[in-house]
Design a protein around this ligand. Structure first.
Ligand code: ADP
Ligand code: MG
Length: 254
């Protein structure tokens, strides 16, 4: 069965989508079969992999609200071994529509269970909130990977995130655990970044990945070309570090 990992932090702009897309692409590069699940109405993971909204017939909304099987929704990407369940703006309504539906928290879990044997890894790109969509992601997951941006207030809001984890553990998924904490967008020219690294390590200790993602302009350019970093610029620092992260994730999974 696939290992299912949610990439989550309810803060926006911390590197969730960048990490989902590039970690996924690097795991695929290393020979794993990877399914990305875009569960954010902004659809940044979808467009970042070059999928045009006009080409999407069914998306994650159909899986969650209409119980459409995953096989009917999965799309190929330009990278071998990497697939995606796309999201479109249609997903905006799901947060409200799910409120009145039966077994709303387990929709994604049920859908993935039927497809889990087709993949080695499933990575879920969570929205910047802790609503029904994120609860669905956590209920369906083995673990959570938390990107933390190396900026002031890095730890702010993480207690709410951890409360949501505990809530899901209590009611829907007792085996859920923290996969790891990933420091992102480190600016090597400032002391602040390193202070945040120390602070986050004090709090999360060995759960912090050794790999730290620096600011790298190629990482911010690649989505506009519809490519992951290893397809856009395999020699960039960004490609190197996400490949390192992928190897660390594989090791931890053993
Ligand atoms: P989130 O999904 O948490 O909202 P994103 O992954 O979309 O965050 O990142 C926010 C913005 O920062 C995007 O424009 C992205 O291209 C950029 N970005 C993310 N990681 C890096 C990085 N390591 N170096 C430079 N830019 C980055
Ligand atoms: Mg995002």
């Amino acid at each position: 069965m696939a290992r299912v990992i949610s990439v989550a932090n309810q803060k926006g702009g911390v590197g969730k989508t960048t990490t989902t897309v590039n970690l996924g692409a690097c795991l695929a590069y290393l020979g794993k079969k990877v399914l990305l699940v875009d569960i954010d109405a902004q659809g940044n993971a979808t467009s970042g992999l070059g999928i045009r909204k006009a080409d999407v017939e069914k998306d994650i909304y159909d899986v969650l609200v209409n119980e459409t099987p995953i096989k009917e929704v999965v799309m190929e990407t330009s990278r071998e071994n990497l697939w995606i369940i796309p999201a479109t703006i249609q997903l905006t309504g799901a947060e409200i529509e799910l409120t009145n539906q039966i077994a709303r928290e387990t929709r994604l879990k049920n859908a993935l269970q039927k497809a889990g044997k087709d993949y080695d890894y499933v990575l879920i790109d969570c929205p910047p909130s802790l609503g029904h969509l994120t609860i669905n992601a956590f209920t369906a997951s083995d673990s959570i990977l938390i990107p933390v941006q190396c900026e002031y207030y890095a730890l702010e809001g993480l207690s709410q995130l951890l409360n949501t984890v505990r809530l899901v553990q209590k009611h829907f998924n007792k085996n859920l655990r923290i996969e790891g904490v990933l420091l992102t967008m480190l600016d090597a020219r400032t002391n602040l970044g390193y202070e945040v690294v120390d602070e986050v390590k004090k709090y999360f200790r060995e759960r912090v990945y050794k790999t730290i993602i620096p600011r790298n302009v190629r990482l911010s350019e690649s989505p506009s070309h519809g490519l992951s970093i290893i397809d856009y610029d395999p020699r960039s620092r960004g490609a190197e570090v996400y490949l390192e992260l992928a190897k660390e994730v594989l090791l931890r999974g053993k």
